[in-house]
Write a protein that binds this ligand. Sequence first.
Ligand code: UDP
Length: 328
Amino acid sequence: MKKVLITGGAGFLGSHLCDRFIKEGYHVIAMDNLITGDLKNIEHLMPLEQFEFYHHDVSKFIHIPGELDYILHFASPASPIDYLKIPIPTLKVGSLGTHNCLGLALAKNARMLIASTSEVYGDPLVHPQNEDYWGNVNPVGPRGVYDEAKRFQEAMTMAYHTFHGVETRIVRIFNTYGPRMRLNDGRALPAFIGQALRGEDITVFGDGSQTRSFCYVDDLVEGIYRLLLSDYAQPVNIGNPDEISILDFAKEIITLTGTDQKIVLKDLPKDDPKQRKPDISRAKEILDWEPKISREEGLKVTYEYFKNLPKEDLYKYAYPREFKQNQA
Ligand code: UDP
């Protein structure tokens, strides 16, 4: 049985990856420090013999006994509010955490896939974004702690690949949604659905003309699975090219939820990218991959998930308080 370590395994994407690798017959070790991850996302896997959970911060030395075939490094805060609240852990997990994972991959002769992001393109001057574009990132802006950590992560991964010969894969993930997103993490989709469920105004930032392209989580997981098993070491965009303005997206959520709340415009956060859409030609060519699930279909499933959460979760603050003291 092949063994895979998934860092950030209790998070949104990490937990869906755990499900997929269990389904494919792997032994899965999920590792998470639970800053933004939640054990609820993996509690259904806990009774399985082929599943283990390690409560550990990957920014510190990682010890895994025995052999390891694959490492998927998905540990990281991943929303603009996270970056403001826990900037230093965000920087550390992308840099020190990646270094520890790469060292582990080298020691175990394991193949490693890192979760990079469309944020490496910053506020892009090229549209749609292809992998050859180097990006337009403000290193000292509010998103800098995430964007630069992820850019450093890619550089470090390439260095281990070329210098040490470690087998590495780099996925650049565009906006992804689905069940198990954190309700109050500030992201557009959970924000809008949460507001609809609580009977609050829907807050659109700026004039809502900025665009995003939303990918359903199952499509993303399929792309990542294919990339891991491929022999391609250069970065690959995985995302859904179906682009929409945030204002139209808010209207779609209003229709989906049937809320009679109105849209209110709020200030646009600093360095909020104006346009984002993946060029997925490379994924099509190398992985024979493209998304299959439409926004209409994916949003229905996602809304069901949020609707069925316990009512008190709708009002829960997204982080445990002790985190503030634990930042550095
Ligand atoms: N956004 C918004 N209202 C909210 C939360 C987010 O209008 O309550 C906007 C945000 O400014 C951005 C877009 O929605 O332009 C997507 O935000 P998200 O945080 O989901 O992703 P990211 O900006 O990292 O792509």
